[in-house]
Design a binder for this molecule. Structure first.
Ligand code: AHR
Length: 503
């Protein structure tokens, strides 16, 4: 038997606030992520409210989605918002050239998206089109959304059914403009970005001060830092008129190579171990991007927004490869937990993240098939982690040990802790090892620790997943620790994630 992992949980020490937006989502016009996954239309036999499917909304409400990023992704840099307002029958059909070459009917546009966010109780993160749009187009969108005075665009908004301004919490200034967003050099992007940052004004006086919109500039892709460097240099040297509140990082987990990413299901320990190793690069990527930001912004005024992340593997056989449909397994749940843990440990700089993507695309929360819906193992992690939203980090120290497979070696376990707004202490424990159980013994300073109850997620295999016929194969079960000798003890089975409240 392996020795217990000794956790020292310092609830008597201060920690950073875990912004709720760390648990944000991303919904792009890609595959069936919007059409079918979210939007079925008001005349559908699938229960819906104003065209938005109710089963999906209900499930997402349970994970308390803090914000949704939309309309892309690569799609954002070819999206023209005017095509998605007004009578549905008059909206132009376009080709979604980024994703699958299918018709984009523009049925789901600005009003439908805000309706969806309001049904979820979520804030919005809009990405403006820098790649193929204009500064005027972005400025007009902002006026349309946020003007509280009767400007021509505010009146048009009212005619389209919305009198009060919409709240825009985040404005993404482009998307991957080093690639699909226009293949711009970093210096060229910065010149464009400054104009968008200046003219894309939020005109609603209620959206000022603590309620002010945050502009997020494009930062580095996982392998390349020049965008972050140039954006931060420009921000540091800015003299007047434009500003930003954050820089983005896109960081996907690819178990093998870009060309052959690896299967989403039907894999063994080799792909599992490679996936875990690949995902733990997130720590280094955040470390490198934070180090650049620290040089220009030691006071941490700007946030780092990991506004696209998740495991990206080969599409389901037989599916449109441009739809990025993949099965979601216990491996993906462990990957979600490890990344959320990394984000929380870096909460002093990481103020938001958006997993890619919410429904039917990449590392999804939910998969749909006609009227059917299934919750993925990743969804369950988000559900179990709800108590960490808005909580305060509690420092935890431990020796993780190693899990090895072939030439891959990664930490065998992981643990994070936080205190919620009512002072409740929460622990999240992960046993990465797919073969051996792990025993944790926790000493807790600062609060009484007489018992611990919560839930655990595990499965029979690393590729265990939920199907439409068996939707609860991977689902959380009750779990508790036991107290003895002044410590709390937890026995986690192989490949599992537990979240408990300590009392
Ligand atoms: O999430 C899928 C795509 O990945 C996004 O559209 C793009 O920004 C990234 O490359």
């Amino acid at each position: 038997a392996s020795p217990a992992v000794r956790l020292s949980v310092r609830a008597d020490q201060p920690g950073a606030k875990i912004e709720r937006d760390i648990f944000g989502q991303f919904a792009e016009h890609l595959g069936t992520g919007i059409y079918e996954g979210v939007w079925v239309g008001p005349n559908s036999a699938i229960p819906n409210i104003r065209g938005i499917r109710s089963d999906v909304v209900q499930a997402l409400r349970a994970i308390k989605v803090p914000n949704v990023r939309w309309p892309g992704g690569c799609f954002a840099d070819e999206y023209h918002w005017r095509e998605g307002i007004g009578p549905a029958a008059e909206r132009p059909a376009r080709l979604n050239a980024s994703w699958g070459g299918v018709i984009e009917p523009n049925t789901f546009g600005t009003h439908e998206f805000f309706d969806f966010a309001e049904q979820l109780g979520a804030e919005v993160f809009l990405s403006v089109n820098i790649g193929s749009g204009t500064v005027q187009e972005a400025a007009d969108w902002m006026e349309y959304l946020t003007a509280d005075k009767p400007t021509a665009l505010a009146q048009e908004r009212a005619r389209n059914g919305r009198r009060a301004p919409y709240k825009v919490k985040y404005l993404g200034l482009g998307n991957e403009n080093w690639g699909c967003g226009g293949a711009m050099s970093a210096t060229h992007y910065v010149e464009e970005m400054k104009r968008y940052a200046h003219y894309s004004r939020n005109l609603d006086p209620a959206q000022t001060g603590a309620n002010a919109m945050k502009r997020v500039a494009v930062g580095w892709d996982s392998g390349n830092s020049d965008y972050t460097e140039e954006v931060m240099k420009a921000w540091k040297g800015k003299v007047w008129s434009w500003d930003i509140e954050g820089v983005s990082l896109h960081a996907y987990t690819i178990p093998n190579s870009w060309e052959r990413k690896g299967p989403s299901v039907g894999f063994g320990e080799d792909q599992y171990a490679k996936g875990i190793k690949a995902t733990l690069q997130m720590k280094d990527w955040i470390g490198k991007q934070s180090a650049i930001m620290d040089r220009y912004d030691p006071e941490k005024k700007l946030g780092l927004y990991v506004d696209e992340w998740g495991i990206w593997v080969d599409p389901n056989p037989g599916s449109n490869p441009g739809f990025l449909q993949q099965q979601n397994t216990l491996r993906d749940a462990i990957i979600a937990a490890l990344n959320l843990n990394i984000f929380m440990r870096n909460a002093d700089r990481v103020r938001g993240t958006n997993i890619a993507q919410m429904v039917n695309v990449l590392q999804a929360m939910i998969l749909t098939d006609g009227p059917r819906m299934v919750l993925t193992p990743t969804y369950h992690v988000y559900h179990m982690y709800v108590p960490f939203q808005g909580a305060t980090v509690v420092p935890v120290s431990f020796e993780a040990g190693s899990y090895r497979f072939g030439d891959v070696e990664v930490p065998r376990v992981d643990a994070v802790a936080a205190r919620d707004a009512s002072g409740g202490l929460w622990l999240a424990l992960t046993n990465v090892d797919p073969n051996r159980p792990a025993r944790f013994s926790a000493s807790v300073a600062g609060v009484p620790a007489r018992s611990a109850q919560g839930r655990i997620l595990t499965g029979t295999a690393v590729d265990a997943h939920n199907g439409f016929a068996d939707p609860d194969r991977v689902a959380p079960r009750p779990f508790s620790g036991r107290a003895s000798g002044g410590q709390l003890h937890f026995d986690l089975p192989a490949k599992s994630i537990a979240v408990v409240q300590v009392r």
